[in-house]
Design a protein. Structure first.
Length: 767
């Protein structure tokens, strides 16, 4: 480990990797379309790496993390580091360049679905889930890790390689399906995996590495006794490896729980705690046997929000921690992957908001400054505490929230609404629809850019968007969809679009954060009381509806997803902010209804993603999250049909919460196939749990380039109809189609309509 002899050390657990100007995104997309060769892409990756470790070393950090760069996803990188190639990809490994093989697993191809895309511990980041089989054999492939380490060492910078810990690698993986075999527990592979970690340790030690960082975020979630026993066994063994660097084991994204005591009792030298997410009391820390002998990486700077830390409160807390763990390193609670690069390049954020913000570069500065103040005492710049900045509260918004009654969160009974909606809409059984977005063409993006640059008038912009909307409506009519959408061509990102139109939100120009691969978003910042100055989507939806006799869905983002995908103010409880957003959305729904829109989709994909990682707090979270959704959607008439788009979960409390949302139709993210959703729905139908309203279990993965055939879709829809009856079944993809090409989208939707009609005919014939 890099020795910290002069006072207290400073470090971070990871850094953004897309490039300050999204260099990696542009290079990846150029490579994928054939406009950049492999050497060019590799050169971009090396440049990002080298700029990063040089800049971090220059900030004054006493330790710099390495192996945090990725061309697509670090979890997939770690699976390949240890040779965990899914069986279905093995036939292609020898015939492909390693980089192209890597992208094959991450992106798939029409005849081979990619690895599943899974949200990472309640963040907006998604990882590609490794697939393991009982017969998986592990092997070490450290070339990329060692290449970066050597390049940094040649510049007299020692990196601390960051590797996913063995238990988290296994727990974040899924059991690949082998025909004729039952699923197995991925943790059962631990004894085969540990020797490969020992091989890596030996190579690193011989290379001159003094410390290796093992991330174990899976243990900030609820874990079984067997998993905790495996964790203990793993670190008892690894910490006794005969030749290894010192080990730092981190617990990012929450409370490390029982894992902290296990590590304190082992020979592991250092432990990293996410004290920004879960601030453990110094007295409670002191009560853990063995903790005083460890180097504590005190993660007091949040890697998940963009708010500056209160340096006085934080320094006082660090002084208390130093009394318990004298060998202390000031650090971030998580990697800084989840925040933008640099606040200083933003020019449009109001000054009173910008003064309270810290992006990745500023957070590194906070870490270094706190470590120096802990060692030497506060500098002269710290002598005078800055005046607290208070945002102006909106009295009308707060009064409106305080005036919310239980009746405002409820609608007429579902059966009453169902009859009124059928009388108005006259939809056939198993209606076919999509979930909102259609591909964003180059012309649309160019029009939006020119509007922002002032080179295009709003009237001309509106005409271009209206032309795209009409084209989308005509295509859907030709395909035969029963409920249409306007395509969301006016929206850059569903969160940012509404954030730009709501008071209380700030948006950035360059605040890009990686979601997965080359996909980046600019999360808005909720800094004040939220209200809606004017209608946000009515103009576009009304125009689309004027073009057709078929119903066109209004498309609005739900309150929980708006706050989940934003950086949220911390001076009031989340439920108050959620209710403020809900009331703004309630107003939007009222205006859509007045404009004659009969179906409104309020997307809430994040409602299960924000579920606390541990059981404590889940019931209270679901109470206010469900309440916010119902506040947003309960102001419409019975004959207005409310749809939502949500991730399904087998947890009974989440299934109950979906039912309590009381949406007329719930579209479910099924990821790659709906078999598991159908199984869950069948199980629900035999219990008091389950979904009693309309359900659209997504029948194909919208993010995949694969085109499903009619027979496959027919089979899946038939199974769903048997589970929930054809009267409640909708046919739809499992997400929006923004990232697809029209040559992929059109045949997929035509097959979807044909399959839905087959199921419909059989259902009507059986009556």
């Amino acid at each position: 480990m890099v020795n910290v002899t002069d006072g207290y050390g400073s470090s971070i657990l990871g850094y953004p990797r897309i490039g300050p100007h999204r260099e990696l995104k542009r290079a990846l997309e150029a490579y994928w379309r054939g406009a950049l060769d492999r050497d060019g892409l590799l050169a971009v990756g090396r440049d990002i790496q080298e700029r990063q470790f040089n800049e971090l070393a220059a900030t004054g950090l006493t330790q710099v993390p390495g192996n945090t760069f990725s061309f697509y996803d670090h979890v997939l990188d770690n699976a390949l580091l240890f040779g965990a190639v899914p069986k279905r990809f093995e036939p292609f490994q020898d015939e492909m360049d390693p980089l192209d093989f890597y992208f094959l697993m991450a992106r798939g191809r029409p005849d081979l679905p990619p690895l599943e895309l899974v949200r990472f511990f309640g963040t907006n980041y998604h990882y590609r889930q490794p697939e393991l089989a009982a017969e998986t054999e592990f092997s070490l492939h450290p070339e990329a890790l060692l290449d970066e380490f050597d390049r940094a060492k040649a510049q007299h910078i020692e990196l601390r390689p960051v590797v996913l810990g063995p238990l988290s690698l296994l727990l974040l993986s899924k059991a690949g399906q082998t025909p004729g075999q039952d699923e197995f527990d991925t943790v059962s592979l631990l004894d085969k995996l540990l020797p490969v970690y020992e091989q890596l340790f030996e190579i690193l030690a011989k290379r001159g590495a003094t410390c290796v960082q093992l991330d174990e975020p899976a243990f900030t979630s609820e874990r079984t006794p067997a998993e905790l026993a495996a964790f203990e066994r793993a670190y008892q063994r690894l910490s006794k490896a005969p030749l290894r660097p010192r080990m730092l084991v981190t617990g990012q994204y929450g409370d490390f729980g029982a894992a902290l005591r296990i590590l304190a009792a082992s020979n592991v030298e250092a432990i990293g705690l996410d004290l920004a997410s879960y601030r453990i009391r110094p007295d409670d820390l002191a009560a853990i046997p063995g903790i005083r002998r460890k180097r504590l990486y005190a993660g007091v700077i949040s890697g998940r929000n963009v708010w500056r830390a209160d340096r006085y409160v934080t320094l006082e807390y660090l002084n208390q921690l130093a009394q318990v763990c004298p060998d202390l390193v000031v650090s971030t609670g998580t990697t800084l992957l989840h925040v933008p690069y640099d606040l200083l390049i933003e020019y449009d954020i109001p000054g009173n908001v910008a003064d309270r913000l810290a992006f990745a570069k500023q957070k590194v500065g906070e870490v270094v400054s706190l470590a120096k103040a802990l060692t030497e005492g506060p500098s002269d710049k710290w002598r005078k505490r800055p005046t607290e900045v208070h945002f102006k509260q909106k009295h009308a918004v707060r009064q409106r929230v305080y005036a919310v009654t239980p009746e405002m969160r409820s609608r007429e009974p579902y059966e009453v609404r169902k009859q009124a909606q059928q009388a108005r809409l006259n939809l056939p059984p198993v209606p076919a629809t999509t979930l909102g977005s259609f591909p964003q063409t180059t012309a649309v993006r160019q029009a939006r850019h020119e509007l922002g640059q002032g080179r295009l008038s709003y009237d001309d912009y509106r005409k271009r968007i209206e032309a795209e909307i009409e084209s989308t409506i005509r295509l859907q009519e030709d395909i035969g969809l029963d409920v249409l959408v306007h395509g969301e061509h006016e929206r850059n990102d569903m969160i940012q679009y509404f954030a730009e139109l709501l008071d209380g939100f700030a948006t950035t120009h360059y605040g890009w954060v990686q979601v997965y691969g080359s996909r980046c978003v600019r999360p808005p910042i909720i800094y004040g009381d939220v209200s809606r100055p004017a209608p946000m989507s009515v103009e576009w939806i009304s125009y689309a509806q004027s073009l057709t006799d078929k119903p066109v869905k209004g498309m609005v983002t739900g309150p929980v997803t708006m706050i989940a995908r934003s950086f949220v103010r911390q001076d009031q409880p989340l439920h108050e902010t959620a209710d403020q957003v809900a009331l703004a959305i309630r107003d939007e729904l009222a205006d859509l209804e007045k404009a004659g829109i009969a179906i409104i989709q309020v997307d809430e994909p994040a409602i299960r993603e924000m579920l606390p990682l541990r059981p404590e707090g889940r019931a209270e979270y679901l109470r206010w999250a469900v309440g916010a959704f119902r506040l947003a959607t309960s102001g419409v008439k019975p004959d207005t049909q409310i749809h939502t788009h949500i991730g399904y979960s087998g947890r009974a409390e989440v299934v109950d919460a979906i039912e309590e949302l009381d949406a007329d139709v719930t579209a479910i993210v099924a990821t790659r196939s709906i078999e598991w959703v159908v199984t869950a729905l069948e199980a629900d139908s035999g219990t008091d749990h389950g979904l009693s309203h309309g359900v659209g279990p997504g029948v194909y993965e919208s993010r995949s380039a694969r085109i499903p055939d009619i027979d496959e879709l027919d089979e899946l829809l038939t199974a769903a109809a048997q589970a929930i009856t054809p009267e409640r079944l909708w046919a739809n993809p499992d997400g929006g189609l923004k990232t697809r090409h029209y040559w992929q989208l059109e045949p997929s939707l035509r097959n979807l309509v044909a399959a839905a009609r087959r199921v419909r005919r059989r259902a009507l014939a059986a009556e």
